[in-house]
Design a protein around this ligand. Structure first.
Ligand code: FAD
Length: 451
């Protein structure tokens, strides 16, 4: 018999329940990846993610080859391609990771119906993408948690799924493959985008566990220190397993590792919200009757990092340059767009998805909603002040100067408030004035929300 392991958000050999189950089922498998035209139609395949994906697939193929196998690649509609592979090798089972987006659950339904009556069954595996499966813990009377703290308690009690062994040999059925799309063929990639793939991810993981994670508790909000793991794109593509990370961090055992595990639980938290409320990918989780402003000039200034607020601009420029942004920056620029400019969170979420290598429907849309106060934040009307945030999390302006070189010569005192410079000092700095007064933005927002 032959089984198909359909790779989706689990592009890895280590701790991969989909691959393990396929290998348990059959002597020969088809490790399959489909360049899905359906994903392309949604516009989700932004260049940075295409590039990271290219690295992940090249590395997965190399890993399979080292085990006597190879990756089988197809392009087209994912369901039709799986069906065609099943027919050509006479597969009896298709294994796939359970997903939470409408796209993933729709794919699952279509796979089930196309395989019905073919003699081939579909096995959907839980807790491949997350450490704890969405819906595995629920509060009384609801299908999901809307508040993180009680979720985290139950998530901790439930425990991350136990890792599965890494296969030593992979025998692949006789079937043709299309070529992999190389990273070099993709245009529009951010110049500072990280390298993807399981091998690069594991190397980063070991470095993080040996020298980064212990300082995470104190250091994670320090923008200049850049002391977070930067593992998010690997997690997004499943080049690293969230469950394995939880187990490894727990074994490390420092308070930093505990704080890191808590962040991994946030990832699962948003997945369980999206699983229960797939509409929140585009609709408000909680409607607050917002009548968002649309000022294209302000939106463009935000996108391009020239709002006149150094910390906002630094973070937006980091995003454009690296396809990644520090979490503190993400929270600030999202608050600035949705509360100070009072622009619809969907505008910001779309821009993020166009650039983030870790851009993810669950994490992006629901963090945006959290920041906009339409989501699960229990204090939906708080507004982050870029000057206060700057003085707290980038005390000496190192992060700001890294990304906004126009401010290189401004003193530490003024670097977060360059509009306070006077005379020749101001004239010598080629940096815009704020596009809106913070007090005006806040008043507008509070009036609209009836605070
Ligand atoms: P670390 O601080 O090292 O954390 C470890 C891991 O925990 C991360 O890799 C991530 O998988 C998870 N994590 C941490 N914080 C969060 C969080 N708030 N929500 C969910 N998971 C979290 N994360 C994404 O993976 N994809 C997104 O598209 C995304 N969009 C965001 C949009 C906004 C407006 C905000 C405020 C946050 C967003 N985040 C997103 C969450 C968070 O900013 C990133 O996960 C984090 O910055 C990634 O860097 P890191 O790997 O160094 O994180």
């Amino acid at each position: 018999t032959v089984s198909v392991a359909l790779f989706t958000s689990d592009l890895r050999l280590h701790d991969n329940p989909v691959l393990s189950a396929a290998l348990r089922d059959s002597q020969q498998i088809v490790p399959l990846f489909v360049y899905d035209t359906g994903v392309h139609r949604t516009g989700f395949d932004a260049p940075n993610r295409q590039a990271f994906l290219a690295d992940c697939l090249a590395d997965l193929d190399a890993g399979l080859r080292a085990r006597g196998g190879r990756l089988v690649v197809r392009s087209g509609d994912v369901v039709e391609q799986v069906h065609s592979v099943v027919r050509s090798v006479g597969a009896t089972r298709v294994h796939v990771a359970g997903g939470v987006s409408r796209y993933a659950t729709g794919r699952e339904e279509r796979l089930r119906s196309v395989l019905a009556g073919t003699g081939c069954t579909l096995a959907v595996h839980d807790a491949v993408v997350t450490a704890v499966a969405p819906g595995a813990v629920t509060p009384t009377g609801s299908d999901h948690y809307a508040v993180f703290t009680p979720y985290f308690r139950r998530w901790t009690e439930a425990g991350a799924r136990d890792p599965v062994p890494t296969p030593r040999r992979v025998a692949v059925a006789d079937i043709a493959s299309e070529p992999l799309l190389p990273r070099s063929g993709i245009t529009g990639i951010s110049p500072g985008l990280a390298e993807g793939g399981e091998t690069a991810g594991r190397q980063q993981l070991w470095e993080w566990l040996s020298s980064g994670v212990s300082g995470y508790e104190e250091g994670h909000d320090n923008l200049a220190g850049d002391a977070t793991s930067r593992l998010s794109p690997f997690l997004h593509f499943g080049a690293l397993s969230a469950s394995e990370l939880v187990h490894l961090a727990r074994r490390e055992g420092s308070p930093g590792a505990e704080a890191f595990v808590r962040q991994l639980a946030w990832r699962d938290f948003h997945h369980q919200v999206l699983a229960a409320r797939p509409d929140t990918a585009s609709d408000d989780y909680r409607t607050r009757g917002d009548r968002w402003r649309t000022d294209e000039k302000e939106i463009a200034a935000w996108r391009e990092g020239r709002t006149g607020y150094p910390l906002v601009d630094a973070a937006m420029r980091q995003l454009a340059h690296e396809g990644w942004m520090h979490n503190r920056g993400r929270m600030l620029v999202a608050s600035f767009l949705t509360k100070t400019l009072y622009v619809d969170w969907r505008v910001g979420a779309r821009h993020f998805l166009g650039l983030l290598a870790d851009g993810d429907v669950a994490n992006n849309q629901l963090n945006w909603q959290w920041a906009a106060g339409t989501g699960t934040d229990t204090r939906p009307n708080r507004v982050l002040n870029p000057v206060v945030q700057g003085k707290r999390f980038d005390k000496r302006g190192i992060y700001v100067r890294r990304w906004v070189p126009e401010l290189a010569d401004v003193t530490d005192r003024d670097v977060h408030e360059p509009w306070k410079l006077e005379g020749l000092d101001r004239a010598g700095v080629d940096y815009p004035d704020p596009i809106v007064e913070l007090a005006e933005g806040r008043a507008r927002f509070e009036r609209a929300r009836g605070v």
